[in-house]
Design a binder for this molecule. Structure first.
Ligand code: PEP
Ligand code: MN
Length: 362
């Protein structure tokens, strides 16, 4: 045997010894984890990690320099801490790793979101009058749809723009719910209004501008109503998932995620629809994912193809704005479909939705 072969054999032996020691260390770490859980102490103790690292550095006489030794042992410590954690500490509540089955959100008036069939939430940007919402609701009922949207509290860019009818708007929505057998979705912008709105709404929407309003998220998490959470306009997917976790952390996991476009340098659309967010969110979480084609594009001429893309990429449903007379709408007048345009949009989208229903093509 030449020298090189001999050294290599020795290295392989040492690898095995290191592995044996790592296994021993891992098993001990698991026992420590169990003990810590019994005592209710935290798994990660930075002080203890520092003491152990310093003791090792003290003993280090090369040939690896201190920083290399530190890096190597930090990796071992980190892996051991992961071993100590219980499953629910390793993964977010909203993550698919913790709960592999899809979350299915069911509603009083018969709707379901996330069961593999495609869902639709249509309705005006803002609630403006009973008559206005009635017109849309009647049309939705005719089409056999189960959800209507409409803002009563509007988060507007300018404080001088129409801010919504508030409680009056909620009452209009409740009338529509009872009259047309629809589930109503409406945005809440402040924690104090959740209680007030509870009697009127079936879904609390949290809008893009409030996706990181952590107090609102936590308070929504203390209700037992489904929450439609929209992605912040400059939020990463990770931040979006953490926002959902804020809600889930308080006990409410009935969350529907909604991709509504993000702000980029592109000016051809109001926002840039991040279509790849849909499969990423579907893979990473067990929550239903919808796509708002109105606020993401701001363009009626491309709403149908983007809605088709959303369904094709695995979204659980589509949201879009519909107004009986968009020209006089008090908000988002340029991007809402009138009933005729909506009819065409829906008639072309529906067959595709039927085709994708029940996971047929997934
Ligand atoms: C809305 O859906 O009414 C709305 C204001 O949308 P976003 O929060 O996505 O801007
Ligand atoms: Mn709008």
């Amino acid at each position: 045997m030449n020298k090189l072969e001999q050294y290599r054999n020795e290295i392989e032996d040492i690898n095995e010894q290191i592995l044996d020691l790592l296994v021993k260390r891992g098993k001990l770490a698991q026992k420590i984890g169990e003990e810590k859980r019994k005592q209710g102490t935290k798994v990660y103790d930075p002080e203890r990690e520092k003491v152990m690292l310093n003791a090792l550095i003290e003993k280090n006489n090369g040939p690896f320099n201190d920083n290399v030794i530190k890096q190597l042992f930090k990796e071992i410590f980190k892996a051991s801490i992961d071993l100590q954690k219980a499953d629910h500490e390793k993964h977010l509540i909203v993550s698919r790793k913790l709960k592999p089955e899809d979350t299915i959100v069911k509603f009083e008036n018969g709707g379901v979101i996330g069961d593999g069939n495609k869902s639709f939430i249509f309705g005006p940007c803002s609630v403006e009058s009973q008559e206005q919402v009635d017109k849309v609701a009647a049309d939705l009922q005719n089409k056999g749809l189960k959800f209507i949207r409409g803002g009563a509290f509007k988060p507007r860019t300018s404080p001088y723009d129409f801010q919504g009818l508030g409680l009056e708007g909620l009452k209009i929505l409740k009338n529509v719910k009872d009259k047309y057998g629809l589930n109503v979705v409406s945005e809440i912008v402040t924690p104090a209004d959740l209680e007030l709105a509870d009697d009127y709404l079936d879904v609390f929407q949290i809008g893009a501008r409030n996706m990181q309003n952590f107090e609102l998220l936590k308070e929504a998490g203390r209700t037992n109503k489904p929450i439609l959470l929209k992605r912040g306009m400059s939020a990463t997917i990770e931040e979006f998932i953490f926002a959902a976790e804020y809600i889930a952390s308080q006990g409410n996991s009935n969350i529907i995620l909604c991709e509504r476009g993000i702000r980029t340098y592109e000016k051809a659309t109001r926002n840039t629809l991040d279509i790849s967010a849909v499969p990423i969110l579907k893979q990473g979480t067990h929550l239903p994912v919808m796509v708002d084609v109105t606020h993401s594009t701001g363009r009626k001429d491309i709403m149908l193809p983007t809605a088709k893309a959303a369904l094709a990429v695995g979204a659980d449903g589509v949201m879009a704005e519909v107004h009986p007379d968009p020209a006089v709408a008090l908000s988002d007048s340029g991007q809402q479909m009138d009933l005729e345009q909506f009819d065409k949009f829906y008639n072309e989208l529906k067959p595709l939705a039927d085709m994708y229903d029940n996971n047929q093509l997934r």
